[in-house]
Design a protein around this ligand. Structure first.
Ligand SMILES: *Cc1c(COP(=O)(O)O)cnc(C)c1O
Length: 440
């Protein structure tokens, strides 16, 4: 019998709803608080930065939300994405575990991020927005949003974390190809940027600073709104298309629900996108599956942060969110997984971790790249450094099965390819990466 490697859905089998985990949680999440009054934010407080459709989704009590037709039409450019069985990695590890991965690197921007970018651009245009501002770390989010804005005829202005702006020129060029305007952050465009530059002229930047700049710009510029690529409930919601597809594909592969679901976490959206539909099955009592969120030791939000209300940005302009946080003034070292440099974590993921419904792990970047090379050498794909964190955790789990003889089913989110991150591979292969730990 020939091994089947790829489990594909037809375009006509594309799921047509997103899954909202909120009504299924053990208790409701605590509300975001207004930065000045510390009272729960009202929809009108968010109106200067988000369109009304997304404000409504952010607080939706509905378990399933229909995906608009225009969004589905754009999803069809790359969705459904493939589910693959990693036979060659399994054989390399001599593991009895069965390893599957959902490959989001096939999107035009190379990651899962267009799943929400397209949805956010759609709702903004519908509600009358003409221009979106945002921040980007490694450039993955900025490239996804500039593409989505272009499809819907919106202008897009991106504040890109300085260290990535310098390290990743090709992401900037992608954004410009899709018509985006890109500024290194901190920049002179905003008061928030100027304040940082006055104190730290050589600032590497951080997502927290870039968010402050993007919000300030959106509030000051007519017909502009702000867009966030992770963390918020509506962003995690849009990503659940990944897990809804994967549920169908695991069935196609003849599997019951997996034993372990793995994803890397920056703000938490790709992990949520894959894991939430499976956690729904877990919370319904169908299987005691484990979900593992993986982060870098340099920015260990879940494994080293505190669970408390904190700001999403450095300038303290965002609502306060109850989440695991390293502190909103945390500036992570210039690690090579730019997408995992955020100080906070999605409130929904934070709550699940607090309730012990999910687990978290942190790894050193050298160990992460070692795993990425094993994956490239067996499955062929050069994974994004962010996704390599998930690969490292998967290899660890599979090796435990090698030792114990357990035939576990492991599913992970391969959130993006690393073809625009070869600079980081270059440093790992030709120079070596130092240990980086968070100092609290
Ligand atoms: C942005 C990014 C991440 C981290 O963001 P999440 O919101 O936690 O998913 C992970 N992988 C890739 C490829 C990314 O581009």
């Amino acid at each position: 019998m020939v091994d089947q490697h790829r489990f594909l859905l037809k375009e006509s089998e594309l799921p047509t709803v997103w899954y909202n985990i909120v009504p299924d949680l053990p208790h409701p999440p605590e509300p975001p608080l207004h930065p000045a009054t510390r009272e729960p934010v009202k929809p009108e407080d968010l109106a200067p930065i988000f369109p009304e459709s997304l404000i409504a989704q952010e607080a939706s009590p509905q378990q399933f939300i229909d995906i608009p037709g225009e969004v589905l039409d754009l999803y069809r450019l790359w969705r459904p994405t493939p589910l693959l069985r990693a036979h060659r990695l399994e054989r390399h590890l001599k593991t009895p575990a069965r390893i599957y991965y959902k490959y989001e690197g096939v999107s035009p921007a190379g990651s899962h991020k267009p799943n929400t970018a397209v949805a956010q651009a759609f709702y903004n245009r519908k509600d009358g927005t003409r221009r979106l501002t945002t921040e980007t770390g490694a450039g993955q989010w900025g490239s996804a949003l500039t593409m989505a804005c272009h499809f819907f005829g919106l202008e897009c202005c991106v504040y890109m974390v300085r260290v990535s702006f310098d390290q990743k020129p090709y992401r900037r060029v992608m954004m410009q190809t899709w018509g985006g305007k890109v500024f290194p952050s901190p920049s002179e465009n905003t008061q928030a940027g100027k304040d940082i530059l006055a104190k730290h002229p050589d600032s590497l930047g951080s997502l927290g600073i870039a968010i402050s700049e993007a919000i300030e710009d959106a509030v000051k510029t007519p017909d502009s709104k702000y867009s966030l690529g992770s963390v918020l409930n509506h962003v995690l919601l849009h990503q659940t298309i990944i897990g809804e597809e994967a549920l169908l594909q695991m069935k196609q592969a003849g599997e019951d629900l997996p034993d372990v679901v793995v994803g890397c976490v920056g703000g938490g959206s790709n992990f949520a996108g894959l894991a939430f539909p499976f956690l729904r099955e877990k919370m319904a009592g169908k299987k005691m599956l484990r979900a593992i969120a993986v982060e870098p030791t340099a920015c260990p939000t879940l494994t080293g942060g505190e669970y408390r209300y904190d700001f999403g940005d450095v300038a303290e302009t965002t609502p306060l969110l109850l989440m695991y946080t390293l502190g909103h003034d945390f500036i992570p070292p210039g690690i090579h997984a730019g997408g995992l440099r955020y100080h906070g974590m999605a409130p929904l993921i934070s709550l699940l971790h607090k309730e012990e419904l999910i687990e978290a792990r942190a790894f050193q970047q050298a160990a992460v790249f070692e795993s990425a090379l094993v994956f490239a050498g067996t499955e062929g794909i050069i994974v994004a450094p962010e996704a390599a964190h998930a690969v490292k955790a998967v290899i660890d789990e599979a090796e435990k099965c090698t030792a114990s003889g357990e035939e576990k089913v492991i599913l992970f989110n391969l959130s993006g390819h690393g073809y625009l991150d070869l600079g980081a591979y270059d440093i790992y292969i030709n120079e070596g990466l130092p240990e980086v730990n968070h100092q609290s």
